[in-house]
Write a protein that binds this ligand. Structure first.
Ligand SMILES: Nc1ncnc2c1ncn2[C@@H]1O[C@H](COP(=O)(O)OP(=O)(O)O)[C@@H](O)[C@H]1O
Ligand SMILES: Cc1ncc(COP(=O)(O)OP(=O)(O)O)c(N)n1
Length: 269
């Protein structure tokens, strides 16, 4: 069996809804072999983040080396990177191994407000990692921080996508989960030439913990299997829609999404 391999470089969420745990569940459901390089351990549940314990940059890159020297990577994603030292070290290793299918989810703040990226690390993200990325997947607040723009309308989203493209990113996906006045959740993709729109019905639920992680992991899994960017985003959008729709009411706060739902739906369960 020629299984494709996907790597997540991200933080651990003890509650299992976001971070490494969400990524590996998504990789498994989409039929790729999942691997991880952990950047930080968070003590976290559906109520919020109780503590963050970052790894040193060498601890992160030695995990990448173990994978790079033996197993290989068909596609990778980054999630919570926490500080500028980790961003720099991860970027150097990606260049060293010439890993091309790189999805950057520029995780900044958890749903409960906890900081998952130090403010002073934002310029490192722009300078070192964005130019190496095949796809970047900010939500609206993250796109605002990266571009310095206020994003309210679809025109603003298009301008922001163009501005992110100018950082050297090859494809920009601005997610619409935070656009809460609209009935639909609309994600836009910009490839430097065209805009593409991915629209789904907005589901009214508080159980959306880890949506961004799951969505970017699904894109990564599809790219690992050889999909085009457009097809990878299409599948990721269906995956996350099913995962939010068929909700798991776990914990007292923002519950996780349901990673089984996409395959259950496909097999008529
Ligand atoms: N309530 C919702 N209903 C349907 N889709 C949603 C909802 N919330 C988020 N999404 C989708 O989940 C994905 C992640 O979006 P978003 O919530 O903006 O990211 P993040 O988790 O990084 O804040 C996107 O594809 C978005 O359209
Ligand atoms: C360890 C870890 N990584 C990332 C996140 C943020 O995940 P996201 O998918 O953006 O979901 P919410 O935080 O908005 O629920 C996280 N919480 N923890």
């Amino acid at each position: 069996m020629n299984i494709k391999k996907a790597l997540t470089i991200a933080g651990s969420d003890s509650g299992g809804g976001a971070g490494i745990q969400a990524d590996l569940k998504t990789f498994q459901e989409l039929g790729v072999f999942g691997m991880s390089a952990i950047t930080a351990i968070t003590a976290q549940n559906t109520l919020g983040v109780q503590a963050v314990y970052p790894m040193g940059p060498v601890a992160v890159t030695s995990q990448m080396e173990s994978i790079g020297e033996d197993i290989g990577v068909d596609a990778l994603k980054t999630g919570m990177l926490f500080n500028a030292e980790i961003i720099r070290a991860v970027s150097e290793k990606i260049k060293h191994y010439n890993w091309i299918k790189v999805v950057v989810d520029p995780v900044m703040i958890a749903k409960g407000g906890a900081s998952l990226l130090q403010t002073e690390a934002i310029s490192a993200l722009k300078q070192y990692l964005l130019p190496l990325s095949m796809v970047v997947t900010p939500n609206i607040p993250e796109a605002e921080v990266l571009t310095g723009m206020s994003i309210k309308t679809m025109d603003d989203k298009q301008e922001a996508a163009k501005s992110l493209f100018d950082f050297g990113v090859k494809n920009v996906v601005i997610k619409g989960g935070h656009d809460e006045e609209t009935d639909d959740a609309v994600d836009i993709l910009y490839d430097g030439n065209e805009f593409y729109y991915f629209t789904s019905k907005r589901i009214l639920t508080k159980n959306t913990h880890g949506t961004g992680c799951t969505f970017s992991a699904a894109i990564t899994a599809e790219l690992a299997k050889g999909s085009t960017i457009y097809d990878a985003v299409t599948t990721a959008k269906s995956f996350i829609q099913a995962a939010i729709e068929d909700e798991l009411a776990i914990g007292a706060g923002h519950g996780p999404t349901n990673h089984w739902a996409f395959n259950c739906k496909r097999s008529g369960l």
